[in-house]
Ligand binder design. Structure first.
Ligand code: GLN
Length: 250
């Protein structure tokens, strides 16, 4: 096998390496499903997925094409905080360089400047995103519908005590048509910066929102290979999941 075919795999358009951040401590409400959707859709598009995990204390892998991270309890966020700080430089560099990333809820908060929990503990973030989060005694729980310019209607489920405010360095993912999103005052949900997509939505998010999955994959492929040649994904279950999610009451 030549070096090139070893890299691309037999009959594959190339390998896309997906890194999941802290799946041991930050992985609630099925957020692991986001990594599985990326793996499946990368295959459907004719590329070879390689799924890697990064947990506290691990060596940070080289050559990562796409990063995904989930939500967690405040306790999980406390467990990872020091390790995350030690990786701040690397993650910021990757984000600034345009690496596609999806961060959900607890990691969305910690990709911001800080999360002050409802008990008053300040967990510093890595400031990839110009946002800050303040915990309250009210939990925001339920199904969410978000109107977005980039990805159409985004559907998911939220459960968080933190309320996030966006600074001028980011834009919102969208505006909430059902549910709360970032906070109980401005009707916005999630954040967008470069190729980073941040959202409060679990469910998991990507099985119901393949447009976001394909944005991440397309961006990863274009960055690595200069072009993205889409395949023919089987969206039957995604369509059913969206119909079902859209019908759910708040
Ligand atoms: N612990 C954070 C909060 O309650 C994040 C929760 C989550 O990831 N679902 O706001």
């Amino acid at each position: 096998m030549t070096a090139e075919s070893a890299e691309t795999g037999q009959g594959s358009k190339g390998t896309i390496r997906v890194l999941q951040l802290y799946p041991r401590d930050m992985n609630i409400y099925g957020d692991w499903g986001n990594a599985l959707v990326l793996k499946q859709r990368i295959s459907w598009h004719g590329y070879t997925p390689e799924l890697l995990e990064y947990n506290v204390g691990d060596e940070f892998p080289a050559g990562v094409d796409l990063i995904v991270g989930g939500g967690g309890q405040d306790s999980g966020q406390l467990i990872i905080q020091d390790d995350l700080q030690s990786r701040a430089g690397r993650l910021k560099e990757l984000a600034e360089d345009g690496t596609p990333m999806l961060v959900i809820c607890g990691l969305y908060q910690l990709f911001g400047r800080f999360f002050k929990t409802h008990l008053g503990t300040v967990i510093p973030g890595i400031a990839v995103l110009d946002v800050e989060t303040h915990g309250t005694d009210e939990r925001l729980i339920g199904n969410v519908k978000v109107a977005t310019d980039e990805f159409g209607e985004v559907l998911g489920y939220e459960n968080h005590s933190g309320q996030t405010t966006l600074g001028p360095g980011v834009r919102a993912l969208g505006t909430t048509a059902k549910g709360t999103g970032n906070n109980s005052s401005d009707g916005q949900e999630g954040a967008r910066y470069k190729n980073v997509v941040a959202s409060y939505l679990h469910g998991s998010l990507l099985p119901k929102n393949p447009a976001i999955a394909d944005f991440l994959i397309r961006t990863a492929a274009e960055r690595k290979f200069g072009t993205f040649e889409p395949g023919a994904p089987d969206d039957r279950f995604a369509v059913l999941a969206r119909e079902h999610a859209a019908r759910r009451p708040r």
